[in-house]
Design a binder for this molecule. Structure first.
Ligand code: GLU
Length: 422
């Protein structure tokens, strides 16, 4: 494998994930049998989730939990509530979790869950009922030593509290280690809520440094102002980066002199959207991705940088806050154009790193100081960053190819040491 390889036509996150795996398998010389094992999830559960709506009617949603791999430890990964959820999306996201956990060297395999519905069209009590019913359905395959869910798109710490309570009720005692991303008062870790963003910002700053760009002379565009984008924008601004463009599901804004993230956050808290913020002008959402900035942080969803717009990206660095924002076709175009793409499994791994710290704290029944969490997070992100750039340099690979190859290598090593049973 080399960086010049022709892209496989990409049609979905799963085709992208499988092509990335195939590329790593080729580079590492992995046998077809092991390749086949890694290409397929170890276990998947599809459930139907009936919900009694507030008006008394019944709606039925499709729910999934996919456990891609257990070779390095219990499966780990988020739970997504979005109309886009389907089995193939969850399979791709579960596979990426396996690589992500291996890359930052936390003792987990990978999993992902999802329920196909729009949480914004539902009341809090409906969300609670969906969450508890979904949890009841997947109960046989989750647990603190089996598979540990966490927040993802459309879910939050309240969702985790309901999962923990439902699971704990079934066990007859409180089991805080069954989920991560819990509220602090229920055993959540200090620093978890902003961990993904903190990691994204560490990585963006290291990427800027690797290109000789001082953060105080740098600019950024951030797609998404949710769990990842909002604090990523804040940390970048705190480091001196001018965050010129920001978008959310409702629209995009731009300010040539940089957007005040504090003022924008107050506006979003008051109105629910970045649109209408008087410290910036309106921008066409599609133009955010092609804004004239140094760093582009796609922190919304997958498949946004494609063969159609990759030629127009003006940033010299892309830091993937979201999972799978760049299709394989776009990846190759960006590589040919000399754009540095820091892949999701490295860039957004801060979340699962602090999830791991939260799980350790639950197992120890002992809370760490926030400064301790943040220090250890930075140390893990820095170590993973260096391992990827060294591997990429030594083997002439892109950062994504290097990150995937390193991860796959670790998973295969664990698999081989354990052996195939029986
Ligand atoms: N959903 C997040 C991710 O995609 C966090 C997963 C976790 O902490 O288990 O990395």
């Amino acid at each position: 494998m080399n960086a010049q390889e022709q892209p496989v036509e990409s049609t979905s996150p799963l085709t992208d994930a499988l092509a990335q795996l195939a590329s790593a398998v080729k580079h590492l010389g992995i046998s077809p049998g092991v390749h086949q094992m890694l290409a397929q999830p170890r276990r998947e559960l599809m459930v139907s989730v009936p919900l009694r709506r507030d008006d008394g009617s019944i709606a039925v949603y499709s729910g999934y939990r996919v456990q891609h791999n257990f070779s390095r430890g219990p499966a780990k990964g988020g739970l997504r509530y979005s109309p886009s959820v389907d089995i193939d999306e969850v399979r791709a996201l579960a596979m990426w979790m396996t690589w992500k956990c291996a890359l930052v060297d936390v003792p987990y395999g990978g999993a992902k869950g999802g329920v196909a519905f729009d949480p914004r069209d539902h009341s809090d009590s409906e969300l609670e009922r969906v969450t508890r019913r979904y949890t009841a359905e997947i109960l046989p395959i989750i647990g603190p030593d089996v598979d540990i869910p966490a927040p993802d798109m459309g879910t939050n710490e309240q969702t985790m509290a309901w999962i923990m309570d439902t699971y704990s009720s079934s066990q007859g005692h409180t089991v805080p280690g069954v989920v991560t991303g819990k509220p602090i008062s229920l055993g959540g870790s200090l620093g978890r809520a902003s961990a993904t963003s903190r990691g994204v910002s560490h990585i963006a700053l290291m990427a800027l440094a690797s290109r000789g760009i001082d953060p105080t002379n740098a600019s950024a565009a951030v797609q998404g102002f949710g769990k990842v984008g909002r604090d990523a924008a804040r940390f970048l601004a705190e480091a001196g980066v001018a965050v010129k463009a920001i978008s959310d599901v409702d629209g995009a804004i731009y300010a040539a002199g940089g957007i005040s993230i504090t003022a924008l956050s107050a506006h979003v808290d008051a109105t629910g959207s970045v649109v209408g913020f008087d410290g910036a002008e309106e921008l066409e959402p599609a133009d955010l991705l092609t804004a004239d900035v140094d760093v582009l942080v796609p922190a919304a969803t997958e498949g946004v940088i494609t063969g159609d717009n990759a030629h127009d990206i003006r940033a010299s660095i892309v830091v993937e806050g979201a999972n799978g924002p760049t299709t394989n076709e776009a990846d190759m175009i960006l590589h040919e154009r000399g754009v540095l793409v820091v892949p999701d499994i490295l860039a957004n791994a801060g979340g699962v790193v602090v999830s791991y710290f939260e799980w350790v704290q639950a197992n120890q029944a002992y809370q760490w100081r926030e400064s301790e969490v943040n220090e250890r997070l930075e140390e893990r992100m820095t170590r993973a960053w260096h391992s990827v750039i060294e591997y990429a340099g030594a083997h002439k690979l892109t950062y994504r190819q290097a990150a995937t190859a390193l991860s796959v290598k670790r998973v295969v090593e664990a698999h081989e040491l354990r052996g195939l049973y029986p």
